[in-house]
Ligand binder design. Structure first.
Ligand code: GCB
Length: 590
């Protein structure tokens, strides 16, 4: 699937703006025919989250069915074009109808999907989307119902809305929806993998493209300054596929210090001339694991950064260009060089920004807290499909240095983990490697299953989420740091792989202070992070750390959360806490 693009051959209209909205509190919309159109209860701005904009209508905690509708007209000039609907993401689950006819169901949160539309030029149309946040319990991002807390022998129905994971389950079209007009026999898919050979200063691109059979594909590479670097041509085979390779000698590599991007132009020609074109930015770099090191272009990497969330007041998870620029500027201000897209794929524009700025990204699949009492063969199949779709969407980005396939599976330490997790991860990791052999794979471990987690064997580097000094050993930093150092040493000896501390952090309520080690104070958060950073720096197999979290973020209601998870080093509105200043000085000398 290609992201919408505006050029000589392609056009699109973004359906951004006000959508008619109606919450389906009694789950009766379908029976009442809302899929053909409905009386709005309110209007909501998309991209955005319904729960933020319509909180005062009682929808703050509503994750049940919610209907959205857009009425539009197809431009007459689009006669003879392929009409395509591209949805950046419809979260968490979505059903769609066009003029009352079903366009299918989507269950891949935070990933784009497309539908070919049979619409006449000049025709008015009604697009209806029914969103639902109630994920099934066997989804890779598992849902939960309040009743399950009892089955899990938790003391009470304790989280509202009921979720398994620690971020708010916002409902919304969080990224743009686009109506696209494209050449009928044009480009459908372009998979790009880049490589860089540091010894020969040689860049290589491998392309796999889908397009109209019998046409001629020409791939041209240009420097940012417009100098031609390489070109290759190949006819599209009868099955619509074509593979091409480009090699450039003496080319500048992509790295955080020098994020050089080149312009890749795909042009499709027929007897009548140009049929379609598509452009992508690409960078040449090689990511490798060697012993206990992670190498970029042959040089060891030290990662400094954050686990983040897409979350902001009013916007919820709605994509916002201004917020994106601000966040990258704050990363720069701190001296951070990397981030993990915890716990789902972020908007594609975030990866564009990271490509341009040389920020290294660990791209995480939307899978959190897999419970191996609930996983079924369908869970694995759906998980593999998420992996495939995310790699297909993001595989061309220079900034993506690794895929994280899941976050904290088995966090309830369920007995079934030991028996089922091994085969599950072997199949999952093998599937990911078949999609992309150029990047290391990892998954975030929470340590509930001891230091012999079957996941470790599959990971190219270990990702560790640790909260000693917070969830255990609260207020005892020296003890916590010593424990962490021992744990890291044991893992380094046992597995001989690089290790990244993908999460560590403490909640700080902005403005709360103390003169001794007290949870929730800004001082404790700053000291906690500094203590962990000393352990990270002292452990040779540790390739760095990602503080949890970049900014405070909304969670479901729970007695452990004061509206937000306050582990941000910035407030939710991006004011620095003491910890941000501390990190800035820790990271300023590198
Ligand atoms: C974790 C999770 C993350 C939570 C964090 C916390 O281990 O991966 O989603 O938000 O802990 O603050 O509890």
């Amino acid at each position: 699937m290609l992201r919408p693009q505006q050029n000589d051959c392609r056009e699109f209209i973004a359906l951004d703006g006000l959508w008619a909205c109606r919450a389906d509190r009694a789950d009766e919309g379908l029976a009442l025919g809302w899929h053909r159109g409905f009386e709005p209860e309110a209007w909501v701005a998309m991209p955005g989250s319904i729960n933020e904009q319509l909180a005062e209508r009682g929808l703050r905690d509503h994750i049940g069915a919610t209907w959205l509708m857009w009425r539009g007209t197809v431009p007459r000039r689009w006669a003879g074009r392929r009409l395509r609907l591209h949805v950046g993401s419809a979260d968490l689950l979505a059903d769609l109808w066009l003029d009352g006819e079903p366009l299918g169901h989507e269950s891949a949160p935070f990933l784009p999907f497309e539908r070919e539309l049979a619409l006449q030029p000049g025709a008015a149309f009604t697009l209806v989307v029914r969103l639902d946040g109630r994920l099934p319990a066997d989804h890779p991002l598992p849902g939960i119902e309040a009743e399950d807390y009892r089955i899990e022998r938790r003391p009470r129905d304790e989280i509202f809305p009921a979720v398994r994971y620690d971020f708010f389950p916002y409902l919304g079209l969080h990224r743009s929806v686009s109506l696209c007009a494209e050449p009928p026999a044009g480009l459908r898919e372009a998979q790009v993998r880049s490589d860089y050979d540091p010894a020969r200063r040689q860049g290589r691109l491998a392309l796999r493209v889908q397009a109209g059979a019998g046409l001629q594909l020409r791939a041209s590479l240009w420097s940012a300054q417009g100098e031609p670097l390489a070109q290759a041509e190949q006819p599209v085979a009868a099955d619509g596929s074509v593979a091409l390779a480009l090699t450039v000698d003496g080319v500048a590599a992509w790295s955080p210090a020098s994020p050089v991007l080149h312009k890749l132009e795909l042009a499709l020609h027929g007897a009548e001339g140009l049929v379609d074109e598509y452009r992508l930015d690409v960078g040449f770099r090689r990511v490798q694991v060697q012993g206990a090191q992670l190498l970029l272009n042959g040089e060891p990497l030290a990662l400094r950064g954050f686990g983040m969330h897409e979350d902001f007041p009013v916007l919820g998870k709605g994509s916002c260009a201004a917020l994106r620029v601000k966040d990258f500027e704050l990363l720069r201000w701190l001296g951070a060089n990397s981030l993990r897209t915890s716990h789902y794929p972020y908007a594609e524009e975030t990866l564009d920004e990271a490509d341009r700025r040389g920020v290294l990204v660990i791209s995480e699949i939307a899978s959190v807290n897999l419970d191996f009492r609930r996983t079924t063969p369908a869970t694995l199949a759906a998980h593999q499909a998420l992996v495939q779709r995310q790699i297909a969407r993001d595989g061309h980005h220079a900034c993506v240095i690794a895929w994280s396939l899941t976050n904290e599976p088995g966090y309830l330490a369920e007995a079934e983990y030991a028996a089922r997790a091994g085969p599950y991860f072997e199949a999952l990791f093998a599937h990911a490697r078949a999609q992309d052999s150029t990047r290391p794979l990892t998954a975030a471990n929470v340590g509930r299953n001891g230091l012999d987690d079957p996941m470790f064997g599959c990971c190219d580097f270990l990702s560790l989420n640790r909260y000693h000094g917070w969830y255990d050993m609260p207020g005892q930093l020296a003890r916590a740091a010593a424990h962490l150092a021992d744990e890291l040493r044991t893992l380094a000896t046992r597995f001989g792989k690089p290790m990244l501390l993908t999460e560590f952090g403490a909640d700080a309520i902005p403005g709360m202070h103390a003169s001794s080690d007290q949870l929730f104070t800004e001082e404790y958060q700053a000291e906690f992070i500094a203590a962990y950073w000393r352990v990270i720096a002292a452990e040779p197999a540790c390739i760095g750390g990602h503080v949890w979290n970049f900014a405070d973020f909304r969670t479901a209601q729970h007695h452990r959360r004061v509206q937000f998870n306050h582990k941000g080093v910035f407030t939710r509105t991006r004011d620095p806490k003491m910890a941000a200043w501390r990190l800035r000085s820790l990271w300023s000398d590198v």
